[in-house]
Each structure stands twice: as C-alpha cells, then as structure tokens.
Design a protein around this ligand. Structure first.
Ligand SMILES: C[S@@+](CC[C@H](N)C(=O)[O-])C[C@H]1O[C@@H](n2cnc3c(N)ncnc32)[C@H](O)[C@@H]1O
Length: 371
C-alpha cells in the first residue's frame, strides 16, 4: 500500500446510529460512505483520516485499514504480517500495541495472533511494543481473513477536550450530536434542554451552530504515525473557525452543581456567548422569547420496575409543561423505557431502533411541532 493511495476508512459509532453517521459523512463530503454494523466505511487517504477525526461529530473512532490477507494458521499470519509495509505507516520510535479478535477462523487464539503481529512489527520495523502504547493496531481475523487497521483517534472521540466536569449519567457528545441530527437540527433554530446535566446537548448544538469542529482542541493518535504531515494538519485544523449563531441555546437543571458545571464546560468549549444555563426545576420552565425550535432532553432513566414507576410523575410533568408552553416546538426525548416516554402524554411518532449507550439501551422519541 502506498501512503498516497486510497484505502478503507472505518468510522466507528454507537450501534443503531450507523445511518445517521452515514448522513453526516455525506453532508461533510466524504467519499463512498457505506453504513455497516457499528460504523460507516469511507474511501480516502491520510488527509481524509485527519479530516474525519477533526470534523465528524458522531464518530467514536476512526480506523485506517492498512492491510488484509488470508491467514489459516499462525505461521502464515506471522509471515504475511511481516510483509505489511510498516515503515510507511508506523514510526520506529513510537511504541505500539496490537489488539486482536478472532471469529469463525482456524486461528482462534486472539492473544497468540496479537503476539505474532507485535513481533513482526518489532522485528521488521524496530518499533517497541508496550501495553501503554498510544498507537493501537487492531487485527480482526474473521472467516480466516485478517484485516489490519490502525486506530487513528486514540482516546474516544466523544472526548472533545473541553469537558472537565461531568454529572452522573452524562450523554456522550457523539450520541448527543447524532440525536440532534436525527431531530433535524441544523444549527439555525434555538434549542432547550430542561434537564441539561453537564450541558452536553446544549453545548453540542451551540458548537454545530457556530460551525466549530468537534476535534479542534484535542490531539489524535494519527499525529504519531509515519504518514503524519504536521504542516498539512495545521492548515486543515485552521479551517472551520466558525460563525456567530443567530439563535441561543438554553439549558436548565434543578441541580445547582449541574448548572455551574454546564457553564464551565460551555466556557471551555468557547460557546458561553450563545448559551444560557439556569437553575430551576421542570415545573418552572418557560419557552424562551423568539422563534420556536427544538426541545431535546434525556430525563433520569428507569431502572428496576419500582424505580421506573417513581419516574412517571416527573415524565408526566415534563410533558404537561411542554404541551402547555411550547407550542410550535419539536421535542426529542431520549429514554430507556417506552412506558416513560408514554407517561409524558406527548404525541411521539413511532420510535426508531434503540441505541446502546454505556450498557443501557436508549431510544429517541420525537414529536413534530407541538399544537
Ligand atoms: C440523565 S441526566 C441528564 C444528563 C445530561 N444530558 C448530560 O449530558 O449530562 C438527568 C438530569 O435531570 C435532572 N433532573 C431531575 N429531575 C429534575 C426536575 N424535576 N427538574 C429539572 N431537572 C431535573 C437531574 O439533575 C439530571 O441532571
């Protein structure tokens, strides 16, 4: 593989949101996006890899597929792994680590497979192998086909690099952005989250409206690869430096700690100028002045049956407040129990597929403009 040639780029996302991420990749001009299980495949070279990490809000990580070959036994894996042009991809001075998985293959011992590939890299390229390495190579052996990918992101991309403070059960930024997209949010309407926690929906919405790239403040594993071009990256990173939104983004929560956390997070993200956070309970919520927009909220989740029942009054109160005071606004509600969504009394359309979020399966329920 030449570093100038196109290869497959696999953008990982939360299962259930592949088609929404696919729409985002299309809107951002990536080539040949195809949704798959747990992600979207694109075509491109290293500049597209950098751009995917920088711009895609819904991506959890970006993998560059650098090699694929058949391997029926470990000696063959060893031999073929040595033929990968590692020097074009990795740096001999940067430690690496290999993670392997095997499925339906004659090679069934993932640990042994990882060791062979690590040894091939160490002996062919000279790169040290370390458990703490920031550069991770993922080898997937499926039906005797070994696919080798480099994790070009490093830390999960939901870590935008602005949030120090998190409340309990925060929504991941990646998911929040895809739920906003599913609700048809394009940055030109106001957003209200009346149970904002650490402010994730409000800050994501404000960043989208301001045209800020999600990866503008953080570092990535691809900076440690042989293919990295620091000057080209600086030029790319300098783009997308925003516009001033014409609308405001509002968060509230009954918890004072959540509100101050949201303010601090918005400040660090550079969106404090067009976000507003206030401390009050749902019962004191009123629609902001100006045109209607989108209410997006994830209220506390239900757990065991008794806990879920205790939440009915809260969901009911949320529904009543929105029906009473948010005429013309659309609602997006993320929760793990259909009965809780129903308790709001809001006119939700049939929901889409559930999405796995840190072990909880959550579903986005949406209304059209409220009467
Ligand atoms: C699941 S968390 C929301 C997490 C948030 N989306 C984030 O990303 O951090 C639910 C939030 O609802 C708030 N809450 C619970 N009851 C409330 C009420 N009656 N009025 C306003 N906020 C409430 C809690 O304080 C908590 O922050």
């Amino acid at each position: 593989m030449s570093t100038d040639a196109d290869f497959e780029i696999y953008v990982v996302t939360a299962p259930g949101l592949e088609s929404v991420l696919c729409a985002e990749t299309q809107a951002k001009g990536f080539r040949e996006p195809t949704p798959g299980k747990g992600g979207v495949t694109l075509k491109g070279g290293w500049p597209e890899v950098w751009r995917a990490n920088l711009e895609l809000r819904g991506a959890t990580r970006v993998l560059a597929r650098v090699a694929a070959f058949r391997a029926f036994h470990l000696a063959q894996l060893d031999k073929r792994a040595r033929r990968v042009p590692w020097a074009e991809i990795l740096r001999p001075d940067v430690p690496v680590r290999v993670e392997a998985s095997c499925k339906g293959s004659r090679i069934y011992h993932a640990g042994a497979a990882a060791q062979r590939i690590e040894r091939a890299i160490r002996e062919e390229l000279g790169a040290p192998v370390s458990d703490e390495a920031a550069v991770v190579i993922k080898a997937r052996i499926d039906d005797d086909l070994c696919t080798i990918s480099i994790d070009t992101s490093g830390e999960s991309l939901h870590k935008r690099g602005h949030k120090e403070a998190v409340n309990k059960a925060p929504m991941r930024e990646t998911l929040a952005s895809l739920f906003l997209r599913q609700c048809g949010f394009d940055g030109r309407e106001p957003v209200v989250d009346p149970m904002c926690g650490s402010g994730t929906f409000v800050i994501e919405a404000a960043e989208i409206a301001a045209g800020l790239n999600p990866g503008r403040s953080r570092s990535f594993a691809f900076e440690q690869l042989a293919s990295f071009d620091a000057a080209a990256w600086q030029r790319l990173r300098g783009t997308g430096d925003g516009v001033t939104p014409t609308v405001r983004f509002h968060g509230s929560d009954r918890d004072a700690g959540a509100v101050s956390m949201s303010r601090a997070n918005a400040e660090r993200a550079g969106v404090a100028g067009f976000t507003e956070f206030r401390q009050h309970a749902i019962s004191d919520l009123t629609a902001p002045e100006g045109p209607p927009g989108l209410v997006i909220v994830n209220p506390p989740y239900g757990g065991r049956i008794g806990d879920t029942k205790q939440l009915y009054p809260l969901y009911h109160a949320l529904g009543q407040t929105l029906l009473g005071g948010f005429s013309g606004w659309r609602v997006g509600l993320v929760t793990n129990e259909a009965s809780l969504a129903k308790a709001t009394g809001l006119p939700f359309a049939p929901p889409g597929a559930p999405v796995s979020h840190g072990g909880i399966r959550v579903t986005l329920h949406q209304t059209g403009p409220l009467p």
